[in-house]
Design a binder for this molecule. Structure first.
Ligand code: HEC
Length: 184
């Protein structure tokens, strides 16, 4: 993974964690927050520029990989919760938060069905017609993951047992088209 993507994810994570109050308090809290904010801003700009330059099918590949990683993290979350492994649950939640933070930039205009072949993408034009709703669906997933992270971090062994499964359908139903034979 490119370093700047890593730093974006790290900064996004720091903000998500600090904002959610998952970490224990640190003396340099405000400082760290400001620094993470600046890092986030710089890295976000670089990421946006790079995503904008990516040709359609390439960015689709990136987001499909991201989706698979979300799916894996969701499975890991449930497996960890079954074992009472709260640290594992927190780790999996944070992975999902990280992917949710990057998600909007993985859907530039002109990369859905209608522009690209259905064998390349299952993203429907409804995404760009209802961008606000699409972002809300993403936020719902991120909020669910944040709630699980906070609860598991506080020692709740049941947090994460169900994963955050319902929020997936909240986006897939309105915004993902029928499966056809897809290119890998
Ligand atoms: C904000 C919307 C949104 C949310 C939330 C979301 N997805 Fe997706 N997902 C999509 C879209 C759109 C696609 C189709 C991507 C494409 O083909 O361009 C997709 C595709 C996928 C794929 C297929 C990837 C591939 O290889 O083609 C998997 C697996 C997946 N999602 C799992 C999940 C899981 C698990 C969750 C919840 C934990 C989730 N998604 C949450 C929008 C979302």
């Amino acid at each position: 993974m490119k370093t700047w993507i890593k730093s974006t994810l790290a900064a996004g994570l720091a903000i998500a964690v600090l904002g959610a109050g998952v970490t224990t308090t640190q003396p340099a809290f405000a400082d760290g927050h400001a620094k993470a904010g600046k890092m986030m801003h710089d890295a976000k700009k670089k990421m946006n520029d790079a995503m904008a330059k990516m040709k359609g099918p390439k960015v689709v590949k990136v987001r499909r990989l991201s989706m698979r990683a979300i799916s894996k993290a969701n499975k890991n979350m449930k497996a960890a919760a079954k074992k009472g492994n709260t640290r594992g649950v927190v780790r999996a939640s944070l992975q999902i938060i990280r992917h949710a933070n990057a998600l909007p930039r993985m859907f530039p205009k002109g990369t859905g069905r209608g522009k690209l072949s259905p064998a390349v993408t299952r993203s429907t034009p409804a995404i760009w017609k209802n961008w606000g709703k699409f972002i809300q669906a993403n936020n719902a997933m991120r909020n669910a993951a944040t709630r699980v992270a906070i609860a598991a971090n506080a020692g709740n062994k049941k947090a994460g047992l169900k994963g955050i499964g319902k929020t997936c359908g909240g986006c897939h139903k309105p915004f993902r088209g029928k499966k056809v034979a897809m290119k890998k």
